[in-house]
Design a binder for this molecule. Structure first.
Ligand SMILES: C[S@@+](CC[C@H](N)C(=O)[O-])C[C@H]1O[C@@H](n2cnc3c(N)ncnc32)[C@H](O)[C@@H]1O
Length: 299
């Protein structure tokens, strides 16, 4: 059993890394859309523990919105329900529950959050056709599904001229520095596992999802209004890493190790992973992942 198996903690540790990475031009396009005095319906898919809601508030982007946070893991949704009120207390945001809906209130602006612990494809199949959204958010999610098959279904959830904000889409480059033995083989096999991933009998992954989104989005009838890089860049020093980013790095190294189980020799993968974990302990590991963000509309 690995030590690095707390997924909600990984998502929490990822927040500061994502904060630095998100592409500012693409964010600005989103912020302009959200600068709308009318109530907006937002659906976030694969939303994890709700850090995007926190970020949208922290950057003063939300006016009156009804936000549906959907994630298939009940543990993530439970963590979101526990975490958001604590976050609100720390950020001068008033909150209360109305049945299962969390109401966040700040400077006269109200965010109603509904939580759904459900598989996206179940949700899409049971959703009444008239339940539609102004904005669809998928953050560090789309590279986990069959994108060309999923986009047309996702876009049916949008109102006419609805918008999408699809961020942190992995795009083929994982860089760990400084070098350790077997790096090239570890990375090549790791990326191949993304391309060959099957979930519930369906292809579910693409190691170059970011660049392929330009074509997939256009083929699904979308207009890309802003796109740009959102690379994760994590580095430390002798005193360690910012916030909980050492945990983030250990979790990533452990994810690579787990993905390669049975695909290269146990000796190679164990010595690669222990060299990387040791670099994290010393604050010397640098980790970069190339990713792309998109904002656009669907007529
Ligand atoms: C890499 S995590 C990103 C979570 C969150 N967006 C964040 O960045 O903090 C991907 C999330 O997608 C969720 N997920 C994966 N497949 C899903 C599906 N078919 N339906 C709903 N959620 C799914 C996982 O439970 C996980 O929380």
């Amino acid at each position: 059993m690995t030590k690095y198996n707390n997924f909600p903690r990984y998502l929490a540790s990822k927040k500061t890394v994502d904060d630095r990475a998100l592409n500012q031009r693409v964010w600005d396009a989103l912020a302009e859309r959200l600068n709308d005095p009318w109530d907006l319906e937002i659906l976030e898919i694969g939303g994890g523990i709700g850090t995007m809601i926190e970020r949208l508030h922290e950057r003063d982007t939300l006016q009156h919105v009804h936000y549906t946070l959907l994630d298939e893991q009940p543990g993530n949704i439970a963590a979101a329900k526990e975490r958001l009120p604590k976050w609100a207390d720390e950020h001068n945001v008033t909150w209360h529950w109305e049945d299962e809906t969390l109401i966040l209130w700040h400077m006269g602006q109200v965010t109603q959050v509904d939580f759904l612990a459900e598989d996206l494809f179940n949700f899409l199949a049971r959703r009444p056709a008239d339940q539609q959204y102004d904005l669809l958010i998928a953050h560090a999610f789309l590279d986990l599904v069959d994108i060309p098959a999923t986009l047309p279904e996702l876009f049916k959830t949008l109102k006419p001229n609805g918008n999408f904000y699809f961020t942190i889409n992995f795009d083929g480059e994982t860089i760990f520095e400084p070098d350790v033995p077997d790096d090239a083989e570890v990375m090549a096999v790791y990326h191949r596992t993304m391309d060959e991933r099957i979930t519930n009998g369906k292809p579910s992954g693409d190691s170059h999802a970011g660049r392929h989104l330009f074509t997939h989005l256009r083929n699904a009838g979308a207009k890309i209004e802003a796109a740009g890089a959102s690379d994760w860049v994590v580095f430390g020093d002798e005193s360690g890493y910012p916030a909980d980013e050492a945990y983030f790095l250990h979790f990533i190294v452990d994810t690579v190790r787990g993905a390669l189980d049975g695909k290269i020799t146990p000796r190679q993968i164990e010595s690669w992973a222990s060299a990387r974990h040791a670099q994290i302990e010393r604050g010397t590991l640098v980790y970069i992942a190339h990713q792309l963000d998109f904002f656009g509309s669907v007529p």
